[in-house]
Design a protein around this ligand. Sequence first.
Ligand code: OGA
Ligand code: FE2
Length: 535
Amino acid sequence: MAFKKVWCALALGFLLPFSCAHTDFFTSIGHMTDLINTEKDLVVSLKDYIKAEESKLEQIKKWAEKLDQLTATATKDPEGFLGHPVNAFKLMKRLNTEWGELESLVLKDMSDGFISNMTIQRQFFPNDEDQTGAAKALLRLQDTYNLDTDTLSRGNLPGVKHKSFLTAEDCFELGKIAYTEADYYHTELWMEQALKQLDEGEVSSADKVYILDYLSYAVYQQGDLAKAMALTRRLLELDPEHQRANGNMKYFEYIMAKEKEANKSSTDSEEQEKETEVKKKDYLPERRKYEMLCRGEGLKMTPRRQKRLFCRYYDGNRNPRYILGPVKQEDEWDKPRIVRFLDIISDEEIETVKELAKPRLSRATVHDPETGKLTTAHYRVSKSAWLSGYESPVVSRINTRIQDLTGLDVSTAEELQVANYGVGGQYEPHFDFGRKDEPDAFKELGTGNRIATWLFYMSDVSAGGATVFPEVGASVWPRKGTAVFWYNLFPSGEGDYSTRHAACPVLVGNKWVSNKWLHERGQEFRRPCTLSELE
Ligand code: OGA
Ligand code: FE2
């Protein structure tokens, strides 16, 4: 799949969608924690309902027992019993009013409170799209981090605090979602896992016949006719009358026979193989590099190059604010130069920024170059919000810090963007700067292109979530309280294509970052151009 040429959304307030009650829960842990609390409240309400229902039953039971005793005595000697005037009166009273009251009690609906809570909360529940999104996130993680299906199903992930596993039914569900995406590779993996768990004796409502039906189709779609036939045979052993399977079996036999014939003159299939190989090659290089870097399997820098990476105390080029208290700076990469600042944002500042952003987080958007509009995209899965320096002294202080330490004017920069990536949240390879062939959305701002990126890591990530540069092979790991900085443009104003980068999917945990995109205007004397175009 070719990556669309798009840039990140601009900080144009009027273009940003207002955050609404329901937008893609699965993209951010922040919103999902609300759901956990909602669920907790609903359980309390459900328990109240159970209690009310139990006390109602208790009352009914008592009544039944009382009447049971009474009628037992009465029926033994009805006339003697009714000879007592009190008994006669009580019988009238019971039949005329008390049975009616009991009827009302039996009819009384105890579920009102729970049902109305449920109705209110349901408006904020995830929908099918959220469920599919969360399932796709699992499949994405499986690919990126080379997780085998069994490991993922058993929940054996690095750094997890709360182990959780998938049932055969969950696996079947994942397989079905892959199937509806025509993703037969994952359909096969997950249907096979569901089957395996059932074969191992897991008690489940998942049905082997259904699973085999999907599985054989997915296998057939991927060209393994022999295996598809074996699976269909297995299905027919369980359900000999299965119509589709019987039909498929005949069809497979027919194709098999035809293929055998064709195999005698085999040049065709060889050519086909070559073709698919070419197709794979077209697509894989960047994707494969990206995924390798995400797994931390990047090619290591040569020792010679590595030796030229240093760490130092940095005073912002003799900036008065940093002369007495310089900050720690580390070289992360040489070309493009990526530096990391340590202890550059405090835990308190992080909390403030997160609290300011939380109510405003909405699904991050990208610019669609065809329509010129902001849209959501599978390649950017996170929630973000913009914070202005005017709304909080903390944000303003952070902006000043960026200005002092980069030596760049922040008055032309976009507002501080805060992003939260949930599990599976990612931003596939992209450039932060606008390319020449794109309709110029930066023109409206009048501040030029995005000259540089400053990125704060506001959380550690248990597993995954690196920022990677596939062109050059750099992986930068999130470390809470640090920030990285790089130039997107050469001093000439030309875009530096080696800065292509991505945010890897979060495997376990939750990733908070905030970033500042600095623009060209205002930097004319701070970063003057040189005579060369590409340095
Ligand atoms: C971005 C970006 C990287 C990250 O928001 O443009 O590249 O690691 N983020 O979050
Ligand atoms: Fe970026």
